[in-house]
Design a protein around this ligand. Structure first.
Ligand SMILES: C[S@@+](CC[C@H](N)C(=O)[O-])C[C@H]1O[C@@H](n2cnc3c(N)ncnc32)[C@H](O)[C@@H]1O
Length: 265
C-alpha cells in the first residue's frame, strides 16, 4: 500500500532517530542551553533539536523555531510537546528573521547552514538577534568522501533516480571547507569561533528499511516511487552493497562526519 506520509513526516520518522537526534544531543552538549534562557532553533525543520532540548529536561524561558518550509514547521508544531514553555514557530528565511534585536541567549542550527543561499546575510541576522555573549552551535556535514552512508545514497540515486536526485544528496555535503566556514563566522562578527570535525557512529538495525524511508520520496520526487517494485528492490540492494563494511547483512553502522561550529557574540 502506498504511504500517505508527507515528506516532512518521513524525514522526521526516518532520519530523525538515526541521524538528527544524535546530532542534536551533540549540539546541546556544546552550546549548553540552560533553564530560563531564550533559545533559537534556526532552520528547525520538524523541530528535532527543540524536542531534544525539552527531552534533556531543560526548561527555557522561550523556545523559538524558525524555518523557511511551512510543511516542516507544521510537523514541528504538531509533534513538539512543551507544556509551560513559551514556544513560537515562524516561517521565515534565515536572512530575514522576524525577531527583535538581542532576543536569544543561545542559537542552535543543525544541518541547514549549507543550504542558506546568502550565508553572510544569515549570520548578520543571527548576530543581530543574539544577546551580548549569546552562544551558537552549528553542525554542517563534511565532504561526501568521509560520509559513506550519504555516498551510498548518492551513488544509488544517480543510477535509479537520475543526477538531480543524487545532487540533492551531494548538496548536503556542499559546504565542507573548514577555513571557509571559519571565515564566514569571523567576518560575521562572532568571537571565539571554533570549527571542529566530529564523527558520530550512527546505526540503523535494518539498512533496507532505512533505504526505503530515506530514498522512497526524499531527494527523489516521484522518481523512486514511480519505479516498478523489482527496480526499487534493486536500488535498496545497491545501497546496502555500496555501504561496504558499514553493512553487516541486516544493520548498518556508519561514521557520520560534520564540522561543529561554536562561537559567541
Ligand atoms: C536538513 S534540514 C535540517 C532541519 C533541522 N535543523 C533538523 O535538525 O532536523 C534543513 C532545513 O533547513 C531549512 N532551510 C533551508 N534554507 C533555509 C533558509 N534560507 N531559511 C530558513 N530555513 C531554511 C529547510 O527548510 C530544512 O527544514
Amino acid at each position: 500500500m502506498a504511504s500517505t506520509a508527507t515528506f516532512a513526516e518521513s524525514y522526521d520518522d526516518t532520519l530523525g532517530p538515526v541521524i538528527f537526534r544524535p546530532w542534536a544531543r551533540e549540539l546541546i552538549a556544546r552550546a549548553k542551553p540552560k533553564d530560563g534562557e531564550h533559545i533559537l532553533d534556526l532552520a528547525c525543520g520538524t523541530g528535532i533539536v527543540s524536542r531534544e532540548i525539552i527531552a534533556a529536561g531543560i526548561r527555557p524561558a522561550s523556545l523559538t523555531g524558525i524555518d523557511i518550509s511551512p510543511d516542516m514547521l507544521a510537523v514541528a508544531r504538531s509533534r513538539t510537546y512543551a507544556p509551560g514553555i513559551d514556544t513560537e514557530w515562524h516561517v521565515a528565511d534565515a536572512g530575514n528573521l522576524p525577531v527583535a534585536d538581542g532576543r536569544f541567549n543561545v542559537a542552535l542550527c543543525q544541518q541547514a547552514f549549507q543550504f542558506f543561499p546568502d550565508k553572510p546575510a544569515a549570520l548578520a541576522e543571527l548576530h543581530r538577534v543574539l544577546a551580548p555573549g549569546g552562544r551558537v552551535a552549528f553542525c554542517i556535514q563534511r565532504e561526501i568522501e568521509v560520509n559513506p552512508m550519504l555516498n551510498a545514497q548518492a551513488v544509488t540515486l544517480e543510477k535509479f533516480a537520475g543526477p538531480g536526485a543524487a545532487s540533492a544528496v551531494r548538496a548536503i555535503c556542499g559546504l565542507s571547507d573548514r577555513e571557509t566556514i571559519r571565515d564566514l563566522f569571523t567576518s560575521g562578527g562572532f568571537q571565539g569561533v571554533a570549527v571542529e570535525s566530529v564523527s558520530l557512529t550512527l546505526h540503523h538495525p535494518d539498512a533496507r528499511a532505512y533505504a526505503k524511508g530515506a530514498m522512497g520520496g526524499m531527494h527523489t520526487g516521484d522518481k523512486m516511487a514511480g519505479l516498478p517494485a523489482e527496480k526499487r528492490k534493486a536500488a535498496y540492494d545497491m545501497f546496502c552493497a555500496e555501504l561496504g563494511d558499514c553493512f553487516d547483512g541486516i544493520a548498518m553502522t556508519f561514521p557520520h562526519v560534520s564540522h561543529v561550529v561554536t562561537a559567541h557574540k
